[in-house]
Design a protein around this ligand. Structure first.
Ligand code: ARG
Length: 458
């Protein structure tokens, strides 16, 4: 056990208590942020005359050495320390002696951990931003290549009206675009630096909080020291955003699982992204998509757990807040992993275009267009709806698509039909007549694709 405190204690900490209390097993992952924060703190202390230039130099040199040695594997972060802050400070004192004891001047672990976690989260949001961009780019590429790939659009998982693969993918582009915007917004809301809040009531040293904040890339210091040490809203916002993003990934995964099934065969997941069965030699399973769908629950769990943990905490810092880390780390790791795997799976997936178009034709997705044809020939819509309903029934009996029903059969039910009905209900016509903004028709889709490209170019 190596602790930063103990002066006022007459007994050793019970080992079980020590283990229960310690956070080193998980907060070791932000050693780099902890050291970055300490360097900024020391630069500020020296600038304010609280430390000498010489002390500053020694401490920074020591901290940089620790960072280097941890990174190279020369120095191991062992669990004999209570937390990462204790590890860094104790190692520093060990290495440079007296000046190291001044590092923690005007600082508490409460504002220190608030800073470390925020710095870590900011770095992670940066990586998430990159990963979402890569997913958006992959979706956009599929859109560009599939403006003329016709497929059934569904409601109630029943074939409804024809759309294109580009249009279907475009729906996901919009979802992940919103996720991306949310991440950027959250990054912007992590703009204040908690360091200098002290334990809860600031400090008596003449700290320059503006300076520390600017050294660490923040816009300024947090405005209230009690809030500074006990605010975890930004984590809740991030976990909410990640939950929504995972929900999108999960819906997409669910569709891919359906499309990849023996019955649909709209897509084939690449061998590199599929798994086999230990007993059934024929199997090729969509495990990655299923895992992404399943892991969504972990991220929701993290959000729920942190909301519950925070709801009863009186101001200011309480140890409950230490729990934020494992949940947030797990949710962030999970989201990053899912994004990367999903993007790889999507980029290598083969779309079976003929199969999609056949499915659209044989699912009567052009029935609405057949009714619209009649309306254009003077038949009231309600009658047209009934007429096409009878035609669909006839086709079901004959096991053919509307496209393959002979003209005489059409005319038997309504004389308003002419030879041009086939052109009017072709997939191409059905889709390309839908050119209102946001619709799948070629001209509307091309505008949408141009807009998506512009978004990604920013
Ligand atoms: N490990 C602690 C955490 O993650 C650091 C802060 C400790 N502060 C304290 N007053 N015990 O929250």
């Amino acid at each position: 056990m190596a602790q930063l405190w103990g002066g006022r204690f007459t007994k050793e900490t019970d080992q079980l208590v020590y283990n229960f209390n310690a956070s080193i097993s998980f907060d070791r992952r932000f050693y780099a942020q902890d050291i970055r924060g300490s360097i900024a703190h020391v630069m500020m202390l020296a600038r304010q005359g609280i430390l000498t230039e010489e002390e500053k130099e020694k401490i920074i040199e020591g901290l940089e050495g620790i960072l280097r040695d941890v990174e190279s594997g020369k120095l191991e972060i062992t669990e004999q320390y209570e937390d990462i802050h204790s590890f860094v400070e104790a190692t520093l004192i060990d290495r440079i002696g007296e000046p190291g004891k001044k590092l923690h001047t005007g600082r508490s672990r409460n504002d220190q951990v608030a800073l470390d976690m925020k710095l870590y989260t900011r770095d992670e949001v940066h990586q998430l931003d990159q990963l979402v961009r890569e997913l958006l780019q992959t979706i956009l590429t599929i859109m560009e290549e599939n403006v003329d790939t016709y497929m059934p659009g569904f409601t109630h998982l029943q074939k409804a009206q024809p759309v294109t693969l580009a249009h279907h993918m475009g729906a996901y582009f919009e979802m992940f675009r919103r996720d991306h915007e949310r991440l950027l917004l959250i990054y912007g809301r992590m703009a204040t630096c908690p360091l200098g809040s002290g334990a809860l009531a600031g400090t008596t040293y003449p700290l320059d909080r503006e300076y520390t904040a600017s050294l660490l890339g923040f816009e300024g210091p947090t405005r209230n020291s009690m809030d500074g040490v006990s605010d975890r809203d930004y984590l809740l916002e991030l976990l909410s955003a990640l939950s929504i993003m995972m929900m999108h990934l999960s819906r997409f995964s669910e569709e891919i699982i359906i499309w990849n099934s023996n019955e649909y065969q709209f897509v084939e997941i690449d061998d590199a992204y599929s798994t086999g069965s230990s007993i059934m030699p024929q199997k090729k399973n969509p495990d990655i998509a299923e895992l992404v769908r399943g892991k969504t629950g972990r991220v929701y769990g993290a959000l729920q757990a942190l909301l519950v943990a925070m709801k009863g905490i009186p101001l200011a810092y309480n140890k409950d807040m230490q729990e934020d880390k494992e949940w947030a780390f797990d949710a962030i790791d999970t989201a990053k992993g899912c994004l990367a795997l999903f993007t790889g799976m999507l980029a290598t997936m083969r779309f079976k275009k003929e199969r999609m178009e056949e499915s659209a034709k044989h699912g009567f997705t052009n029935a609405t267009d057949a009714a619209d044809y009649l309306v254009n020939h003077g038949v009231p819509f309600r009658d047209a709806h009934g007429i096409v309903g009878q035609l669909v029934l006839l086709c079901i009996e004959k096991e053919i698509a509307l496209d393959n029903l002979p003209l005489e059969e059409y005319q038997k039910i309504s004389p308003a039909f002419g030879e041009d009905i086939y052109d009017a209900i072709s997939m191409e016509t059905c889709v390309n007549k839908r050119v209102t903004a946001g619709a799948p028709g070629r001209t509307a889709m091309e505008e949408e694709i141009a807009e998506c490209k512009k978004y990604l170019a920013q």
